[in-house]
Write a protein that binds this ligand. Structure first.
Ligand code: GLA
Length: 393
C-alpha cells in the first residue's frame, strides 16, 4: 500500500515549486525517506490523556499487529504527555514515571520494536509540558540523547510553557539535537499553528506540523479544523506534512457517518494518520474504517498536491474536495455538512481529469466500481461523506 518509491521518483516540479528548500544541513531529516509519506500510527492522548502506563502501550502494540493495522501501514506507537516523572534524575536527565513505566522507556521501545513497530515519545519546547511535567527547553541536547539511547523513533514536540521565546529558535534547537544523535527520528512540531509553522517547519527539520489547536471528538471540532486547512496545500509534501491533528475515529462521540467523513477528509489532506482510539477494544466497524486500504492509499499517494476545496455551496451545506493522484486519477470527497441527506454531484470536467467519454469511479467505502459519464454523483448522509477515486476508463 505504501508508495514511498513512487513519491521519491517524482520530478521536483511535481513536488510543488513553492516549497521552500532546507537551508541548514544541521536540521535536515536524519534519514532519507523519513516521513516521505504522511506518518501513520497511534497516539495515547485523544483517548487516554494522562491515564497511560506501560501495559497500555504494549497492549496497543499487540493490538496494532493483531487488528491488521500494521499490515495496513500503521507503524508508530506514540506515548503522549505524562510519561515522565515529576522531576529529572540526579544527573539532570528526563526519566520515566516510576509507577506508570517502572521498566523505563527503553524496555517499551524494545517491546514495540520486537513487534515490527516504532516508538514515539512526547516533550514540549517549554519549561514544562502542557500537564506541568518536566520538558525540554534548554535541555534539548541531553533529552534528545536520552530519546536516541532509549531507541525512540518519533518525537512530538509541544508548545506549552514556552516562556514566549521565538518558536523557530526553540524548534531548531531540538531539531539540531535530534540530528546530532545520528538516530533517524521523525520530528513532529506541535506548535498549534500559532506562528504559521507551515512556512518554516520544513527549514527547521520538522516533518509534520500541527496547523491548529487540539481536535476533540465532535463533528464541529473536526469541521472547524478542516476549514483551517484551506490555503495551506502548497506547504505539504514528501518529508513535511500539514498536520490537522490526530484521529478521533472510534472514540464514540461522533456518528459512523461523521467518522467516515473525518477519515476520508484526513486522507484527502495527506494528513498524518495517527489513530487516537483504544485499539485493544475497537469494534469491527472502527477497524474497518481505520484499515480501509483504498482510503489509506489516497493518503499515502503524493500526486504533487494536498487535496483542495473545489466547490463550496453554503446554501446546501455541501462541498467537493479533490486531490490529484500520482497516476493522474483524482480522489474526490463529496461532503455533506448539513443535517439532511442530500445528493452531491460534480462535473468530471471540473476535476482536472483528461477529457474522455467515460470515466471509472471506485467508491472506496461501498467497494463498488461504476461508470461515470458527465457528472460524478452520490447520495450523502447528513454529516457524512462519499469518497471516490476516479480515472479515465
Ligand atoms: C497539547 C497538544 C495535545 C496533547 C496535549 C498533552 O494540548 O496539542 O495534542 O499533546 O498537549 O498535554
Amino acid at each position: 500500500m505504501r508508495i514511498n518509491a513512487v513519491a521519491m521518483c517524482l520530478p521536483l516540479v511535481l513536488l510543488g515549486a513553492a516549497r521552500p528548500h532546507i537551508a541548514d544541513p544541521a536540521v535536515a531529516s536524519t534519514a532519507p525517506g523519513l516521513a516521505a509519506t504522511p506518518p501513520m500510527g497511534w497516539n495515547s492522548w485523544n483517548k487516554f490523556g494522562c491515564n497511560i502506563d506501560e501495559q497500555l502501550i504494549e497492549q496497543t502494540a499487540d493490538a496494532m499487529v493483531s487488528s491488521g493495522m500494521r499490515v495496513a501501514g500503521y507503524q508508530y506507537v506514540n506515548i503522549d504527555d505524562c510519561w515522565m516523572a515529576k522531576t529529572r534524575d540526579a544527573a539532570g536527565n528526563l526519566q520515566a514515571d516510576p509507577v506508570r513505566f517502572p521498566h523505563g522507556i527503553k524496555a517499551i521501545a524494545d517491546y514495540v520494536h520486537g513487534k515490527g513497530l516504532k516508538l514515539g515519545i512526547y516533550s514540549s519546547a517549554g519549561t514544562a509540558t502542557c500537564q506541568g511535567l518536566p520538558a525540554s527547553l534548554d535541555h534539548e541536547v541531553a533529552d534528545a540523547k536520552k530519546f536516541a539511547e532509549w531507541g525512540v523513533d518519533y518525537l512530538k514536540y509541544d508548545n506549552c510553557n514556552n516562556q514566549k521565546r521565538p518558536a523557530i529558535e526553540r524548534y531548531t534547537a531540538m531539531s539540531k539535537a535530534l540530528k546530532a544523535t545520528g538516530r533517524p527520528i521523525v520530528f513532529s512540531l506541535c506548535e498549534w499553528g500559532e506562528n504559521k509553522p507551515w512556512e518554516w517547519g520544513r527549514q527547521v527539520g520538522g516533518m509534520l506540523w500541527r496547523t491548529t489547536g487540539d481536535i476533540s471528538d465532535r463533528w464541529n471540532s473536526m469541521i472547524g479544523i478542516l476549514d483551517k486547512q484551506v490555503g495551506l496545500e502548497k506547504y505539504s509534501g514528501p518529508g513535511g506534512w500539514n498536520d490537522p491533528d490526530m484521529l478521533e475515529v472510534g472514540n464514540g462521540r461522533m456518528s459512523f457517518s461523521e467518522y467516515i467523513a473525518h477519515f476520508s477528509l484526513w486522507a484527502l489532506l495527506n494528513a498524518p494518520l495517527i489513530a487516537g482510539n483504544d485499539l485493544r477494544s475497537m469494534s469491527d466497524t472502527t477497524r474497518a474504517i481505520l484499515t480501509n486500504r483504498a482510503v489509506i492509499a489516497v493518503d499515502q499517494d503524493w500526486g504533487g498536491q494536498q487535496g483542495t476545496l473545489l466547490h463550496n455551496d453554503t446554501t446546501t451545506h455541501t462541498q467537493v474536495w479533490v486531490k490529484p493522484m500520482h497516476d493522474g486519477s483524482r480522489a474526490v470527497v463529496l461532503l455533506n455538512r448539513g443535517s439532511v441527506a442530500t445528493s452531491i454531484s460534480v462535473a468530471t470536467a471540473d476535476l482536472g481529469l483528461p477529457p474522455a467519454k467515460e470515466y471509472q469511479a471506485l467508491d472506496v467505502w461501498a467497494h463498488t466500481v461504476q461508470t461515470v459519464l458527465g457528472d460524478l454523483q452520490s447520495g450523502v448522509p447528513p454529516h457524512g461523506a462519499a469518497m471516490f477515486v476516479i480515472k479515465r476508463k
